[in-house]
Design a protein around this ligand. Structure first.
Ligand code: HEM
Length: 458
């Protein structure tokens, strides 16, 4: 006890049993940390009796070690591998499979349950919550008094509320029943309920709002991401030269020996450009959620009155040729000098350089919104999209579908999207061809390990 394992980072010499306890000052520990970092290196360790303390005075280590990726990445990698096998066996089901993948990742992380099939509860439950356009009842309160027999939108809102309560209530119940059986899992709902069991239920949150909050995370995360992935598949089929360019980059890094992994991110910059261009070209959120001004504001001599609703018209900005030349074209090259993830750029206060392509030509995409209510799922979404796009391009070739009888190509419509504030491609068909037998072999080999890992979320 008290002795440092020699494999740990270095640190001040220890005494038997107590370790470094006697050297820890009662005040000014932060200054002592600086001193120890100078003496033992920017990553050092302390022993407090039997316990270990690791101190990170190193920005790279903080980024790498405390990355949010740590818990999510295995679920994403494993589900991505399962997706590849399912596409090999049933390429015609790609549309539902992409939706199953995104629903499964977010429901495993959130509730500890995966969506094994597209038609299971965890695979389909977000479909009924597609937001529709409602009259501005908050701005015109009188509208609230119209009886529901005359107001279809009121009936729809009540129905939607019931559906949400029913579906999210069921999700919570399934998680509670699992916990009652002693089956606690690595997921958000379990870590919160464990904490509340210990410390008591927080006064600020009702049971109903907790249930809804959990459901909202899945709602925010599943269909948005799958819509962007389906957009990418559509773009791949329409722009074969993009596929060729991406594959050249991927093949140089991975060959046929293995599918791409997240750790290849820095070496596959064109792939990151593809994700960004998909987000610009067909943003799933055609406007970010409306924001409301809490007090009178002024911008360049213009008043923005209190209670105004403020929209970021994402689609309109993304399709302004003066900002994005030839904006209808899917052209990932726009982002070539733009190597980071959207979350890295979104955090910067310098709007002009936030997501730029070159110094005079900022081209940030606004698909995650902006400001303090910016999408909190940005990290998960970026990683989900990158992983799937990388594996898809590595394994398959996509093309516009060919009619099996006439052998004629049926051209895909790049504008066939559903209406509404969240726009996803309408169901479409594509040709999906695996690139070689070697790719098949690798996909099948990686699947067993993935399924084994995912058993914990069955
Ligand atoms: C490509 C995928 C995604 C896109 C394009 C997207 C887009 C957006 C947008 C535009 C907003 C509104 C931001 C604003 O008002 O300025 C938003 C909010 C939100 N998103 Fe996402 N999102 C995605 C993925 C996710 C994921 C994976 C999750 C969770 C796991 C998530 C959870 C949420 C939540 C909870 C909100 C509400 C935040 C608040 O009001 O404070 N989203 N998202």
């Amino acid at each position: 006890i008290g002795k440092r394992d020699p494999r740990m980072p270095k640190g001040p010499p220890t005494l038997p049993v107590i370790g470094n306890i006697h050297q820890i000052p009662s005040t000014g520990l932060f200054r002592q940390f600086r001193q120890w970092a100078k003496e033992y290196g920017s990553i050092f360790s302390l022993k407090v009796g039997p316990s270990n303390i690791i101190v990170l005075c190193d920005r790279k280590a903080i980024h790498k070690l405390l990355q949010l990726d740590e818990k999510h990445f295995r679920v994403q990698e494993a589900e991505a591998t399962v997706l590849m096998t399912n596409l090999l066996d049933r390429p015609e089901d790609f549309f539902q499979e992409i939706q199953r993948y995104t629903a499964s990742v977010v429901s495993s992380i959130n509730y500890g349950f995966r969506a094994k099939t597209h038609d299971s509860f965890w695979g389909t439950w977000t479909e009924c919550m597609e937001p529709g356009a409602n009259p501005p009842v908050d701005d015109v309160p009188l509208l609230k008094y119209i009886p529901s027999s005359f107001a279809f939108w009121k009936r729809r809102a009540i129905d939607a509320g019931k559906t949400m309560d029913g579906t999210w209530g069921k999700a919570r119940r399934l998680a509670e029943e699992r916990r009652a059986r002693g089956d606690r899992r690595v997921c958000i709902i379990d870590s919160l309920l464990d904490e509340y069991e210990k410390k008591g239920w927080p006064a600020s949150i009702t049971q109903h709002s907790f249930t809804n909050l959990m459901g909202e995370i899945v709602e925010g995360g599943a269909d948005t991401t799958s819509a962007q992935l389906l957009t990418l598949i559509l773009a791949f089929a329409l722009y074969p030269e993009v596929q060729r360019k991406a594959r050249k980059e991927i093949d140089e890094v991975c060959g046929t020996e293995r599918a791409p992994l997240w750790s290849d991110f820095d070496r596959l910059p064109y792939l990151n450009c593809i994700i960004k261009e998909g987000m610009r070209w067909r943003p799933v959120a055609v406007t970010a959620l409306p924001h409301r001004v809490r007090q009178d504001d002024e911008y360049e001599g213009m008043l923005i009155p209190k209670d105004s609703t403020v929209f970021i018209p994402t689609w309109a900005i993304h399709h302004t040729d003066a900002i994005y030349e030839d904006s209808e074209k899917f052209n990932p090259d726009r982002y070539l000098n733009h190597p980071k993830l959207a979350n890295d750029y979104a955090g910067s206060p310098d709007w002009a350089n936030r997501d730029k392509c070159d110094a005079d030509n900022p081209k940030h995409h606004y698909n995650y919104g902006a400001g303090r209510r910016i999408c909190p799922g940005i990290h998960l979404a970026e990683r989900n999209m990158w992983r799937i796009a990388a594996k898809l391009l590595w394994a398959f070739e996509f093309s516009e579908p060919v009619d099996p009888v006439t052998r004629k190509v049926s051209h895909l419509d790049p504008d066939a999207y559903n209406p509404g504030i969240l726009q996803a491609p309408l169901p479409f068909k594509v040709g999906i061809k695996v690139r070689s037998e070697k790719h098949v072999e690798i996909i099948r080999k990686e699947q067993d390990e993935a399924l084994d890992f995912l058993k914990q979320y069955d």
